[in-house]
Design a protein around this ligand. Structure first.
Ligand SMILES: Cc1cc2nc3c(=O)[nH]c(=O)nc-3n(C[C@H](O)[C@H](O)[C@H](O)COP(=O)(O)OP(=O)(O)OC[C@H]3O[C@@H](n4cnc5c(N)ncnc54)[C@H](O)[C@@H]3O)c2cc1C
Length: 526
């Protein structure tokens, strides 16, 4: 059979872009097919809604990408194609509704001083956390950047065993598996530090009570503290543009409005794809950036899906939903605590109890009484995002129910469990009132707002099933060897030459690009 392409990549999220770029760089003929009208998946900017303002509609913080091996491989090409990152010195912080605040600095000595001013005991714990993070880096980053079923993983585990001994290895894994809750309740003294650490794990799809949540939360908070919070100058979509510029220069074929509705195969080997409009493309390798639900229930005919894989797909769980808000202000927010004025990413939360409560409410189908609000202040990092003197706020709420059974406060009427325009408006207003406690001029300064409900997010990207921003629950039984499914190894599938990448696969969600990078490197060997 004559193949048009060496590889077809389905979808254009970061993992797809990385995969296509590494393949194209190695001289492979690549075709990238995206069903939406723009490339990028969860990377979308909007500069049309309000002239002079640029909003990142979904993801915005690129710390995972700039610290990944995928970026190390592609950085020079992407920057040559126009990519620029901006950072500032105050990447991460927290403020409670009563105005108590803590902000970490990229200078670790300065962070230690700021924590010590609140609690010397917490400053000592923070130093130990940084040391542990360093000590665990080999194992943790090693496992996250290699295929679980591989000699590299076996070598990492063996090296660790040899260096630490059996009891040392057990001790290490006991530490890695700790829930955030345990650390916050037993090791931290101050309200500020507790509030700083409690919500980090939400960004990895976890709850503070879940095993592994301390490690995953620290990956977010400490990575930000050490590597800063890089935002793409002029909007995240400029990263996508630098990828497409690079790919086009390498002769890749890129198509939007290209909804792949079937993966074709012969004798157990994938051979090509068919689009919803009837067009077909064939290639040696097909790489699908889709969820297991889509792969095994839509794209592959049932005779190509073994019974155990069909059963595991049925059991694949999606996580809590996400609601996004974008605000434009005619002036800077007048934070009740000045420390917040230039923090790149911060949480507004009362602390551990309120995070645990909001998670539990969302998981029981309730609109939370006091959701944790993650706020990014793009203008504190990249002045091109709003006209001089004006400001934007990127708000993310990660404790939202998929199907709404009720309102914890009994104030919002829930209509048949759905995220209707009225429900999302009322939730948005609740968030604004909550934030006025810490930004008293918010109501007066607000000139524009947009609320994106879980339903809106899924409408923008089919991989965000039920509005789950992470394309699958991230509990330990859906991580590592078990992601996407326990019976498929690494990024392989039951069909030869068909690979699955994306947030539903190892190493999970976030802007690391690593699943695309691993598969591209594998295909470059063939
Ligand atoms: C609101 C929100 C905010 C987030 N914020 C951050 C953040 O700040 N930092 C961070 O690190 N992470 C963040 N995340 C998580 C992160 O953005 C995602 O985990 C990551 O972008 C997923 O990338 P991906 O490569 O898996 O593909 P996706 O970005 O999910 O893209 C998949 C693409 O494939 C396309 N597609 C699917 N099926 C087909 C088909 N059959 N045919 C053609 N095309 C198809 C989809 O249309 C989509 O464009 C956020 C996520 C969300 C939703």
């Amino acid at each position: 059979m004559e193949h048009h392409f060496d590889a077809i990549v389905i979808g254009s999220g970061l993992n797809s872009l990385v995969c296509a770029a590494v393949l194209a760089k190695a001289g492979k003929r690549v075709c990238l097919l995206e069903r939406e009208s723009t490339f990028g998946g969860c990377i979308k900017s909007d500069s049309q809604s309000l002239p002079g303002f640029i909003f990142d509609l979904m993801s915005t913080s690129h710390v995972q990408f700039i610290t990944s091996p995928a970026y190390a491989e592609l950085a020079e090409d992407l920057h040559a194609a126009g990519l620029e990152y901006c950072t500032n010195e105050n990447p991460v912080g927290v403020i409670t509704p009563t105005g108590r605040a803590l902000v970490l600095n990229t200078d670790q000595a300065e962070s230690a001083r700021r924590i010590a001013a609140i609690s010397t005991a917490d400053a000592a714990v923070y130093q130990r956390m940084l040391g542990d993070f360093q000590d665990q880096a080999d194992v943790v980053f090693g496992l996250l950047s290699t295929e679980p079923w591989s000699w590299s993983t076996a070598k990492i585990l063996f090296r660790t065993l040899r260096a630490r001994g059996v009891m040392g290895m057990i001790g290490l894994f006991a530490t890695l598996l700790k829930p955030t809750r345990t650390v916050v309740e037993t090791e931290i003294e101050s309200e500020e530090m507790k509030a700083l650490l409690a919500p980090g794990c939400l960004h990895c799809g976890m709850s503070p009570g879940a095993p592994l949540s301390n490690l995953m939360g620290n990956l977010v908070t400490l990575s930000l503290a050490q590597a800063a919070d890089p935002l793409v100058k002029g909007g995240s979509e400029n990263l996508v543009e630098s990828f497409t510029t690079f790919l086009e220069a390498r002769g890749a074929t890129l198509k939007t409005h290209a909804d792949v509705c079937e993966i074709e195969s012969t004798g157990g080997t994938a051979t090509g794809v068919r689009l919803a409009n009837g067009d077909t493309f064939n290639a040696h390798h097909i790489v699908a950036n889709v969820t297991p639900t889509q792969l095994y229930r839509r794209l592959l005919p049932s005779q190509d899906v073994p019974e155990n894989v069909a059963r595991e797909t049925q059991a694949y769980r999606y996580g809590r939903s996400c609601l996004m808000m974008h605000l434009a202000l005619k002036e800077k927010p007048a934070w009740v605590n000045d420390q917040m004025s230039d923090v790149a990413l911060l949480h507004v939360t009362s602390g551990l109890e309120s995070v645990l409560r909001a998670v539990s409410e969302a998981e029981r189908g309730l609109l939370p009484a006091e959701p944790t609000v993650c706020i990014v202040q793009p203008c504190a990092v990249d002045t091109s995002r709003a006209p001089d003197g004006q400001w934007i706020l990127w708000l993310q709420l990660l404790e939202m129910p998929t199907v709404i059974k009720g309102d914890s406060l009994g104030q919002i009427a829930v209509e048949e469990g759905e995220w209707t325009a009225s429900v999302k408006e009322q939730v948005g207003n609740r968030i604004l009132s909550y934030l006025e406690q810490v930004i008293p001029n918010l109501g007066e300064a607000l000139i524009w707002k947009q609320v994106l409900s879980p339903t809106d997010l899924e409408g923008m990207n089919i991989n965000l099933v039920g509005g789950d921003p992470y394309s699958g629950d991230c509990a330990i039984n859906q991580q590592l060897f078990f992601r996407p499914l326990p019976s498929v190894k690494n990024h392989k599938t039951p069909l030869k030459n068909l690979y699955q990448i994306g947030a539903s696969t190892h190493p999970g969600p976030g802007l690391s690009g690593m699943s695309g990078f691993m598969v591209a490197n594998e295909l470059c060997k063939s």
